[in-house]
Design a protein around this ligand. Structure first.
Ligand code: IPM
Ligand code: MG
Length: 379
């Protein structure tokens, strides 16, 4: 009586395997990374998103317009608003990223994006997951700093594989069982490992923590760990340590040892979870920026979601734009505007203790942006 389900599921599994094999072949033929320092003009796509997204984006854009006044005037940088990546439009088109929006996004060089809402259940995929896949943004880079504790962490989360990429493609036998799939590919792991170790090398770090659950997920995480160690062999001055995600989650709340960690490399889902924890240790998810880096495109965003509850409670104006401002700083670094990035970083550090708290007794998002702009002008 189950035969029909089993046949359908097997056909679907076959398609998934074929698609993933094709993906590995494409990865092996990918073009060399784009060199932003050599471009005459860089188009930054600006996407507001849902919930608090458009509010924190408006303020971030004002700050960028101050900081990049010269570059915007000469046309070296263009800020281009990309419309249509809203939950309403995505639902009405029945597409996680509608085709026309994706085409517009692809006409930009880099993206600054507010959080987008993903409906639970249903078949609509997360816009983030779609964009990460479509633009092949394989490295999710998330820095966390707590200078007073000597903490300077950077997470290299694999961003195009793991549970995420096939998370909307599972099989289900209603009333009986459901199965999702997780994938780890050889070139997909090798490139994130390479990115993490290169970062460590270029930035004088001597330790990379490889975080998996390879004792349980023997194929996927087992291979992830093995490949990371193979890449590590090319970096003899950097120590590569193995950790399991559960104990690493505990380690991050242990002040006696956490400052010893430097660079982390880890599969997609673990990276998602632990970076929210790390951001909370830094001062809240509203304080952390996130970069999604690929060889041709890059997308910069807040680490957190669209906070629909803040909007329902009428607290949108009190949202903290620091996360998106940090993302903007990472974007400036990525497009080789290092001085501008340093200035923004300095202004954000100077104003950090006056950031919105998300509650109506604190400063508003706009007041905070004004403060940051004032700082920028004084620097
Ligand atoms: C993140 C977010 C996303 C993720 C969501 C919005 C799909 O939590 O960037 O960490 O799970 O990756
Ligand atoms: Mg997350």
């Amino acid at each position: 009586m189950y035969n029909e389900y089993i046949e359908t599921a097997c056909r679907q599994f076959r398609t998934l395997i074929e698609e993933q094999i094709a993906r590995t072949e494409n990865m092996e033929q990918s073009a060399p990374p784009k060199d932003f320092s050599s471009l005459d003009q860089i188009t930054v796509g600006v996407i507001g998103g849902d919930g608090i997204g458009p509010l924190i984006m408006e303020e971030t854009q004002r700050v960028l317009e101050t900081l990049l006044a010269d570059e915007l005037a000469t046309g070296r940088i263009a800020l281009k608003k990309v419309n249509g990546l809203t939950l309403e439009n995505r639902l009405s088109c029945g597409q996680a990223v509608p085709d026309d929006v994706l085409a517009e996004i692809k006409s930009c060089d880099v993206l600054l994006k507010g959080p987008t809402t993903t409906p639970k259940g249903g078949s609509l995929e997360s816009a983030n997951v779609t964009l990460r896949r479509e633009l092949d943004l394989y490295a999710n880079v998330r820095p966390i700093q707590i200078p007073e504790e000597g903490i300077d962490w950077i997470f290299y989360r694999e961003n195009t594989e793991g549970e995420y990429v096939l998370g909307s493609r599972g099989v289900e036998m209603p009333g009986r069982l459901a199965i999702d799939f997780k994938v780890t590919t050889e070139p997909g792991t090798r490139r994130i490992a390479r990115a993490a170790f290169e970062y460590a090398k270029v930035n004088g770090k001597d330790n990379v923590s490889i975080v998996t659950k390879a004792n349980i997920m023997k194929k996927t995480d087992g291979n992830f760990s093995r490949i990371c160690h193979e890449v590590a062999a090319d970096y003899p001055d950097i120590k590569a340590d193995n950790w399991y995600i559960d104990i690493m989650t505990a380690n991050l709340v242990n002040p006696a040892i956490r400052k010893n960690f430097q660079v982390f490399v880890l599969p997609n889902l673990y990276g998602d979870i632990i970076t929210d924890e790390a951001a909370e240790i830094q001062g809240g998810v509203g304080t952390a920026g996130s970069a999604n880096i690929g060889d041709q495109y890059a997308m910069f965003e807040a680490i957190h979601g669209s906070a629909p509850r803040m909007i329902e409670d009428g607290l949108g104006d009190y949202a903290n734009p620091s996360s998106l401002l940090k993302a903007a700083e990472m974007m400036l670094r990525h497009i080789a505007l290092t001085d501008k990035a340093d200035r923004l970083a300095a202004a954000l550090t100077a104003c950090a203790d006056q950031a919105p708290t998300g509650f109506a007794d604190g400063p508003t998002c706009r007041e905070f942006a004004d403060l940051v702009m004032g700082r920028l002008q004084a620097l």
